[in-house]
Design a protein around this ligand. Structure first.
Ligand SMILES: C[S@@+](CC[C@H](N)C(=O)[O-])C[C@H]1O[C@@H](n2cnc3c(N)ncnc32)[C@H](O)[C@@H]1O
Length: 199
């Protein structure tokens, strides 16, 4: 498993683009506030918290979760944008939430960061903490750019078919499309999808 904590301690976070995922801005502009279910929105693998802050900035209550204590310490020390908070935890570990549930999940570069063999566990973890009817919305990497020798390192690509099959045991796929907005260099390489937790 990649040692995320070591990367944050070394200050080497090349995935951090310094701003929220452009597809999240796109989604927020077109969905009603009720889309997020009225409770707390969970952002697993939140890193520097840019997406958490964007969600909190539109008035949502948001919990950013990350494996890395250093990342969580860094983001927790900043001025908060409304209902923004952070916690150290392993999204894939049974019981990390202590029985709490969430009305929605926003996914961005956590799914592609974990070992592909653990993807089903990711989907099951999401199903376990999401209220019935709640949505998991996220941007998924279809074709990350890789240099030679990086094939066995994250980000790991996924196909739309594999993504839908991974969530199918617990979720209905509501929509999916290539987002119109992307970070420079990621245009056309991502998939913005919404899955709804079955009751
Ligand atoms: C590629 S980084 C992306 C961070 C952030 N989403 C961003 O786009 O800047 C992946 C993040 O997921 C976190 N992570 C990896 N596996 C995790 C797990 N099982 N539970 C919680 N966080 C995890 C890492 O510590 C890291 O911050």
């Amino acid at each position: 498993m990649r040692d995320w904590e070591a990367w944050y301690q070394a200050g080497e976070t090349p995935w951090d683009r310094g701003s929220a995922a452009p597809p999240l801005g796109e989604l927020l502009e077109r969905v009603e506030p009720g889309f997020w279910g009225g409770g707390t929105v969970l952002v697993p693998g939140c890193g520097a918290g840019h997406d958490v802050r964007m969600l909190a900035g539109v008035g949502l209550d948001v919990l950013g979760l990350d494996l890395s204590e250093t990342a969580v310490k860094l983001v927790s020390g900043r001025e908060r944008a409304g209902g923004e908070r952070y916690e150290v935890g392993d999204f894939l570990a049974a019981g990390w939430s202590g029985g709490r549930s969430f009305s929605a999940i926003w996914e961005h570069t956590c799914y592609c960061a974990i070992d592909p063999d653990l993807r089903s566990r990711y989907a099951r973890s999401a199903a376990e903490v999401l209220e019935p009817g709640g949505v998991l919305a996220g941007v998924f990497y279809l074709t990350p750019t890789k240099r030679e020798g990086e094939e066995r390192q994250p980000p790991f690509a996924v196909t739309v078919e594999a993504l839908e099959a991974c969530f199918a045991p617990w979720f209905e796929c509501v929509e999916g499309a290539v987002p119109e907005r992307a970070y420079p260099g990621r245009e056309g390489k991502e998939w913005l999808a919404v899955f709804r937790r079955r009751a």
